[in-house]
Design a protein around this ligand. Sequence first.
Ligand SMILES: Nc1ncnc2c1ncn2[C@@H]1O[C@H](COP(=O)(O)OP(=O)(O)OP(=O)(O)O)[C@@H](O)[C@H]1O
Length: 236
Amino acid sequence: MTELLRTEGLSAFYGASQILFGIDLSLAEGRTLALLGRNGAGKSTTMKALAGVIPTRDGRVTFGGADITHAPAHVRARLGLAYVPEDRQVFPDHTVEDNLLIAAKTGPGGRRDWTLPRIWEAFPLLVKLRRRAAGRLSGGEQQLLAIARALMGNPLVLLLDEPSEGLAPIVVATIGRLLRELGAGGATILLAEQNMHFCLSIASDAAVIDKGHIVHRDDIAGLSANAEIRRRYLAM
Ligand SMILES: Nc1ncnc2c1ncn2[C@@H]1O[C@H](COP(=O)(O)OP(=O)(O)OP(=O)(O)O)[C@@H](O)[C@H]1O
């Protein structure tokens, strides 16, 4: 298995407050890794540090073998790391279609797997919304659009920060189905989530974060079977 993304001893701060304490993660091509933890555990901070939105104070991040520890966000994006933040950040005044077209580009190594027609095929819900302003979509529709927009850049890795958060169960199920299909199609995904149940049929691997430390690693089935870890770190 080819390792695509790796962190070693990653630490990050907000001002003087240390939030991440030596995070070690490894994501291999074609795998979906769920980064699970409670509210405030450090999931979003890890995703921001990987996306280059906040600086890494200590440690090392490599992507496709290249050291990107101090690379700015736009360089990481160009190398094929696509980040979908918790608040989605679609362009509210642009239509769904324009949001997608703005993001269209050939990926690393000339990848062109994702085009507008293929997005319409994979996201049938977006087809009838194509002329609607993104700001007028529901939260779930915006989440789908944000994932579709990330794919339009033909990335190597998707970083998804809590895609199920705050959404109705039926929408969560739609997003779950989509991520499962992407994974089955060979996508490589890092998925930050509080909701382990959402990850069960999507992720292959799991890492549990608590107070800025990785406290447990397993495959997702192993984590699901580990009542003690779930109770201690996921409150479930
Ligand atoms: N901009 C910020 N400035 C200072 N502290 C922050 C900031 N953002 C987050 N924190 C703190 O960092 C810690 C980790 O937050 P983070 O958002 O990474 O957690 P999380 O696991 O993603 O939780 P959530 O599910 O609530 O998003 C928390 O203690 C939080 O209060």
